[in-house]
Design a protein around this ligand. Structure first.
Ligand code: GLA
Length: 393
């Protein structure tokens, strides 16, 4: 009996020891898993996307975090081809207008998801003067130059470098715009760095240097439809723009040169307001833009990087906040979308099914002496940052 008791006792001790060793082992594994998870809280993956009609190879990078956000960016035009974020039920869905193949992007389209440069927005008559010398740009918007010209940065293949560190996935794109490309002076070396963070924000850092005095105004032209359903319009979205003033435009959407108060106009978005509330009211500026297609003069310009605007889609709960150090933002409500361009899975993008929030300097700045300067001198660093931050409420 005693022998048996001792045996049981001995066996129990041995089992306990074994269990404890195993537990410790598990703890170790768990710890290791946690560390790996932490290191991999974001990921970045490269794939071939296709070849342009000019025979240039294009890659697409997928940046993913652990909060359900996934962004696809291709080297052609630095275009965001897809951006998925969760709704209030935690379901990740597509919220950026895009096509499902490279060929479609290389055909004329209104800058879907693209990086815009060398100069975002319009330059009157495609002309400006630097130090007494007049430069004539390629015209692509009636008599004016728009978004860097017909062969702007949105149609160039950028080189890419990827990086991953801790809680961020980074894609650094580079493009060298040659002296006189699209009519702009100076060899301009441009870097645009997209950083996906683990709080569902995407930073876009723009940097540039030149070897000759030039003008620069870079921006991002993604069309968001926060509902996740591209058959729906964005008219029910609630917008905030932290701006007391607007840059009013003439019939060709060229600034008149004056800055006007938004108070008591359809352009007052200082408090949340749904787009459809005023978009159809009788107003000269709305008539000219065929809706909202204007640059607002952002408040607190001396503060640098700050909250500037937001869009909220109540049914899905998705909120997009925009932070930037730029002086202006163009709200464009997809007024020219006309049901001719194909959606990813059948159907076409109809009128006002996407909205753009393009942080930038005011349009036609090179010809407007009272607007903040867009001139870049040799030896200077152009550096500006915008963040698109997604959440739900
Ligand atoms: C910008 C312009 C608009 C239009 C779109 C693309 O937002 O301001 O007028 O050209 O790009 O269609």
């Amino acid at each position: 009996m005693n022998v048996l008791k001792r045996c049981i006792y001995g066996f129990s001790i041995l089992s306990l020891a074994l269990i404890s060793v195993q537990c410790k082992g598990n703890q170790k594994e768990e710890k290791q898993e946690n560390t790996t998870q932490k290191m991999d809280s974001v990921s970045i993956e490269k794939k071939e996307y296709g070849t342009t009609p000019k025979g240039q190879k294009v890659d697409v990078y997928t940046l993913k975090n652990q909060k359900g956000m996934e962004v696809n960016i291709m080297t052609y035009g630095g275009i965001i081809t897809s951006l998925k974020v969760p709704n209030k039920a935690g379901v990740s869905e597509e919220v950026a207008i895009g096509f499902n193949n490279l060929e479609q992007y290389t055909k004329p389209n209104p800058y879907f998801g693209a990086l815009i440069g060398r100069f975002g927005n319009r330059i009157a008559k495609g002309k400006f003067t630097i130090d007494g010398k007049e430069y004539q740009l390629a015209k692509n918007n009636g008599a004016n130059a728009l978004h860097g010209g017909p062969e702007g940065f949105h149609r160039k293949v950028w080189t890419a470098e990827e990086a991953k560190g801790g809680d961020v996935a980074i894609l650094k794109l580079k493009y060298v715009s040659k002296d006189m490309e699209e009519g702009y002076p100076g060899n301009l070396t441009v870097f645009v760095t997209y950083t996906l963070n683990n709080d569902n924000s995407l930073d876009v850092l723009y940097e540039a240097t030149t070897d000759k005095k030039t003008v620069v105004n870079l921006t991002q032209h993604s069309y968001f439809n926060l509902s996740g359903d591209f058959t729906k319009t964005i008219l029910g979205d609630e917008i905030v723009i932290d701006a007391d003033k607007l840059v009013p435009v003439d019939a060709d959407l060229i600034p008149t040169g004056k800055l006007t108060d938004v108070a008591n106009t359809p352009f007052d978005f200082r408090k949340p307001k749904v787009i459809e509330k005023d978009i159809n009211v009788k107003d000269d500026q709305l008539k000219k833009g065929l809706g909202y297609d204007h640059c607002w003069v952002l408040n607190n310009q001396d503060k640098g990087y700050r909250f500037v605007a937001s869009a909220y889609n109540a049914p899905s709960g998705r909120l997009l906040e925009v932070y930037s150090d730029q002086p202006g933002i163009q709200l464009y409500t997809g007024n020219f979308l006309d049901g001719t361009l194909p959606m990813r899975n059948g159907g076409t993008y109809a009128h006002r099914t996407g909205l753009c929030l393009e942080t930038q300097h005011y349009p036609d700045s090179p010809n407007q002496k009272d607007f903040p300067t867009t001139v870049l001198n040799p030896g200077e660093n152009y550096k500006t940052k915008t963040t698109f931050k997604f959440s739900v409420k």
